[in-house]
Design a protein around this ligand. Structure first.
Ligand code: HEC
Length: 101
C-alpha cells in the first residue's frame, strides 16, 4: 500500500512537472474526428483506399516525432497539417490514434 501511494505520488509529481508532455486524449479524439476520420475512419478502419488501418496499428510502429513530421509534411493524397495543427495538437491526435482498436 505504501509502495502504491509512493508510486502514485511520483506519477502525479512527474505529470505536474511536465504538463506539455501529457497528451490530452479528449482533445486528440475531437481533432481526429474532425481532421482524420474522413480517410482513416472513426474507429481507425479506413474509408479511403490505400489508407493504413490504424485500428490494426498499421504505420503506427514509428515514434511520435516521425509520425508528427509525416503529418506536418503531408503524404500522397494526405494534405499537410503544418500551420493547421500545432505540435501539441498533433501529439494529442497521435496519442489518440494509438488507442484505436
Ligand atoms: C486525405 C486522406 C487522409 C487524411 C485526412 C489523413 N490521412 Fe493519414 N494517411 C492517409 C494515407 C493515404 C496514408 C498512407 C500514406 C502512404 O502510404 O505513404 C496515411 C498514413 C497515415 C499514418 C501512417 C504513418 C505514415 O505517416 O504513413 C498515420 C499514423 C496517419 N496517416 C495518421 C493520420 C492522422 C492522425 C490524421 C489527422 C491529423 C490523418 N492521418 C489524416 C490518408 C489520410
Amino acid at each position: 500500500m505504501t509502495m502504491f501511494i509512493r508510486t502514485a505520488a511520483t506519477v502525479l509529481l512527474l505529470a505536474g512537472a511536465y504538463p506539455a508532455l501529457a497528451a490530452d486524449l479528449a482533445r486528440g479524439q475531437r481533432l481526429y474526428n474532425l481532421h482524420c476520420a474522413s480517410c482513416h475512419g472513426i474507429t481507425g478502419i479506413p474509408i479511403m483506399p490505400e489508407t493504413p488501418n490504424l485500428s490494426m496499428r498499421e504505420g503506427m510502429s514509428q515514434p511520435d516525432v516521425v509520425i508528427m513530421q509525416s503529418l506536418k509534411m503531408g503524404k500522397k493524397n494526405k494534405p499537410p497539417f503544418f500551420g493547421r495543427l500545432n505540435d501539441q495538437e498533433l501529439l494529442d491526435v497521435i496519442q489518440y490514434t494509438r488507442t484505436l482498436r
